[in-house]
Design a binder for this molecule. Sequence first.
Ligand SMILES: [Zn+2]
Length: 392
Amino acid sequence: MRQKLTNGTILTPFRAIKNGTIVIENGQIIGIHEANVEVPDAIEIDAKGQYIAPGFIDIHVHGGGGFDFMDGTEEAFLKIAELHAQYGTTSLVPTTLTAEKEDLLQTLDVYENANRQNTKGANFLGIHLEGPYFALSQRGAQDPRYIRNPDPAEYEEILSHSSSIVRWSAAPELEGAIAFGQRLRQKGILAAIAHTDAFYDDVLSAYENGYSLVTHLYSAMSGVTRKNAFRYAGVIESAFLLDLDVEIIGDGIHLPAPLLKLIYKIKGADRTALITDAMRGAGMAEGESTLGSLKNGLKVIIEDGVAKMPDRTSFAGSVATFDRLVRNMINMADVSLLEAVRMASTTPARIMGVDHRKGSLVKGKDADIVIFDKDINVSLTMVEGRIVYDKS
Ligand SMILES: [Zn+2]
């Protein structure tokens, strides 16, 4: 089957092609043209003068549409994939919360069944285990009952249970965390630094031993700390100093405008990936909700466009959808549209190692495409040539 996308400005996203044409065959891009070209027998999709961009890639997301990946059902995976596709996400990395080993193993099994049935939403790139090897002092909304140090007997069992783990977040200062990073690197799994009170020396050691990404920069991590009269650089400064990739919750609430600008200024679009880190309340009305599984989760409240702990002293996850992240980078951080799209597609594709087939609109890559207007309101989402969302 051939499709032809016309009458839009194509954001490759390294340049903008006005009135360009994308030709798709069997789910792949087979041509990008700088004019409207004739394609015999092609189904034509009219972008109506809007932007045509590579689909957004969310490498850290827990839920949406009332579902959480820890719910333990295939339905949850499929509904979350459909919900986020409505906002331009074409690939996502389902993310777990700190939990007992049995719950993590079950989530991996459910993932594999759901993945085979997933044709109506964003595609899955594999599982991100967020925890449980975290610093108790930086747990944020992670359930303290399940936080522990890396234990080779436990993580080897989890690793051998499933080949779907593509990313694992841990605190590098914990006993055993460096050996854990080395093991992940050996397995080709992205190791990320998260929920941590590490100092620079720990982060440097982590960087040398497999960790290459900082999970939700600024959230649940150390900054400059004073011990007696002396100052020590924390994870935030280390993330800026070392060639680590960073991901940021761009909901406009977790990070205010000056911090978005600071991160962009120092790390740039090619080292910074936008993430939603969304929980089940994304795409839902505000009010009471649950973070994590319905069985073992924490009660939280959603108000002012964010999830909060019941006492309102800290955030408990975001309810962002991806369109909002791109809009915020442009409106709050003065980032250009092309660079914001790179932070939404090209950079996360490279971080997850799928840039040979996703993350930009070029010949030979998957037809993962989003069409949106100048305010980033999404009107059409396509995953590997399948239209999974059409507003009209
Ligand atoms: Zn998270």
